[in-house]
Design a protein around this ligand. Structure first.
Ligand SMILES: [Mn+2]
Length: 338
């Protein structure tokens, strides 16, 4: 059996005591939900039901992507955001995978403490501790791995459905068990879950193979435009309004591309940028780097009025595409002495 993190060992009984006192428990999916958000919420609902509790998962601000609808329990997700529910129907809110109240909903002003007793279970280092109980474990590479440990501590029976929901969360948040933070403990947990749900590969196949054709056309346009600058240190892909219109590519698809990640996979292409003209003369820029210590792209984003992390960042420029591209190159030249 997997060792339990000390922070989880410490908080597990406190959280269980609150759950035992509650009758009707609220769970949510965060805006633009990923499989860790949805899978964890669904697994928690099954666990709470095993304890004889009424538990409700709401979809939150965004639609649940079609590719997640085969996760066990997904059909029972209530199609409401946080401001569309009546909090009087609940006596406990278990907030999962959400670093701040902004990850519960962006549809309105949400002030902590929230109107009902809130337990905040998360793995983001930036978590703002907005709950009455906060269980934050940044060492865990997925929220689903924290739930695996909590459920083990609480003696929850790992059913087939709980196992699939936790497996997809752990698999995706770790980039397929390859990001930093993946340890033998994570692999042990995944092995246990796969023993209970040997059909987990089906869930992964659907996840990996539910692309929309728009996404392929978008990537084709982006890859077709690739040019490098500053001795190949920066690689830029652009997608114009004309490109989007030529293939009737929806703006939602334009936001979900991973082209910039592929570009930075080339040795020597240290910084990658994807510039998308989301509206005429409105350029959404996404930066990546393969060497965050040497090329901290948060600085490049900030210099252009945006923000982000050292390895992933972004900005929004209101100017023609070619001008935006020139601005990116000249800022990069200046900031990194290229
Ligand atoms: Mn997560």
């Amino acid at each position: 059996m997997t060792e339990i993190s000390s922070i989880i060992k410490e908080k597990a009984p406190l959280i269980l005591a609150e759950i035992k006192k509650a009758n009707s428990i609220l769970l949510h999916c965060h805006p633009s939900p990923d499989p860790d958000s949805v899978g964890s919420a669904l697994a928690m609902r099954f666990a709470l039901e095993q304890m004889g509790k009424k538990a409700t998962v709401i979809k939150g601000d965004s639609e649940i992507p079609l590719a997640f609808m085969h996760f066990p329990g997904a059909n029972e997700i209530v199609r409401k955001n946080f401001f569309e529910i009546d909090l009087k129907e609940f006596d406990l809110f278990l907030s999962l995978d959400s670093a701040s109240t902004g990850m519960i909903s962006r549809r309105g002003e949400m002030k902590a403490p929230l109107p009902i007793r809130t337990i905040n279970i998360d793995h983001h280092p930036s978590n703002t501790s907005y709950g009455e109980i906060n269980l934050v474990d940044p060492a865990s590479p997925a929220l689903a791995f924290m739930l695996y440990q909590l459920f083990t501590t609480w003696n929850i029976e790992f059913t087939h459905d709980i196992s699939v929901d936790l497996f997809v969360g752990m698999y995706t948040d770790t980039g397929g068990f390859k990001y930093e933070g993946v340890s033998y403990r994570v692999l042990e947990a995944a092995a246990e879950l796969s023993k209970i749900a040997p059909d987990f590969t089906k869930a992964l196949f659907i996840l990996d193979n539910s692309n929309q054709k728009d996404a392929i056309y978008f990537d084709a346009a982006a890859l077709n435009s690739v040019k490098t600058y500053l001795n190949d240190n920066i690689v830029i892909a652009t997608v114009s309004q004309a490109d989007l219109k030529a293939r009737s590519i929806s703006p939602a698809v334009a936001g979900g591309s991973e082209v910039e990640n592929r570009l930075k996979s080339v040795i020597g292409w240290n910084i990658s940028a994807l510039l998308t003209e989301i509206d005429p003369d409105k350029i959404k820029i996404s930066f990546r780097t393969r060497d965050a210590d040497k090329f901290d792209v948060s600085k490049l984003a900030v210099a252009l009025g945006g923000g982000g992390h050292k390895a992933t960042s972004g900005a929004l420029l209101e100017m023609p595409l070619e001008e935006a591209k020139a601005a990116v190159v000249s800022k990069a030249k200046e900031l990194y002495n290229l």
